[in-house]
Design a protein around this ligand. Sequence first.
Ligand SMILES: [Zn+2]
Length: 256
Amino acid sequence: MREQVTLTGMVLTSSPMKEYDRRIELLTRERGRISAFAPGARRAANPLSAGTIPFHFGEYTLYQGRNSYTVKAVAVKKSFGDIAEDYSMTCYAAYFVELAQYFTRENIEASGELLLLYVTLLNMQKAVLKLPLIRIIYEMRMMQLQGQGIELFECLRCHRANTAAVYFSAGGLVCEECARSIPELRSYYPLVLSPDALYTLQYILSAPLEKLYSFTVTETILSELEHFMHSYLGRFLPHTFKTLDFIREETGGTNE
Ligand SMILES: [Zn+2]
């Protein structure tokens, strides 16, 4: 007899299969990223129809077969379906999904990743923050979840907390005093962060999820943060995400 499980999750991708079916990829709290077959889900009146398209979140009851899952029932709790109606949001959401796919596996619980994606889509839908800022926040927190965070609260050499101009490199920062006393450090730590940019990054790393998307920044700080992320992810996340092409096109190629 096939085992039946109920998992909390969100649909990441959905593709048509045969005449009336779908194959979906679910990011679940309990079992990480799994793929499942949804029989009949493309028939309009089918009870699986609504809950098996991207950005639907809820309780998924599944039969577990030897190699894959089959969706038996869906109880949708939240739908982010309207994101698909806005082209810019769709581009960013596709990238957020690809990043979540990159970091999650089957049978490794993904409660942190699922919650972060959920809160991010929720705030994207509210449309208060600019999409490039949402992207920075999401990337920072995702990297932190993966144990790829960096020390941004104290100097790597003297360990003092310092909010003056700091120099960023692999692993974290050195303060201005250390950089002045050991001039060659400047070549190892070439990127200077302003106090406002540093404070913003510290906030992103330490804020509770419900307050994560509750601030905004000036255009100057935003472009400084983008420059920082480029350097940080270039070093710590050496992977080409194909969905970034859409964001580049969408922003006229100025975002990278
Ligand atoms: Zn120092």
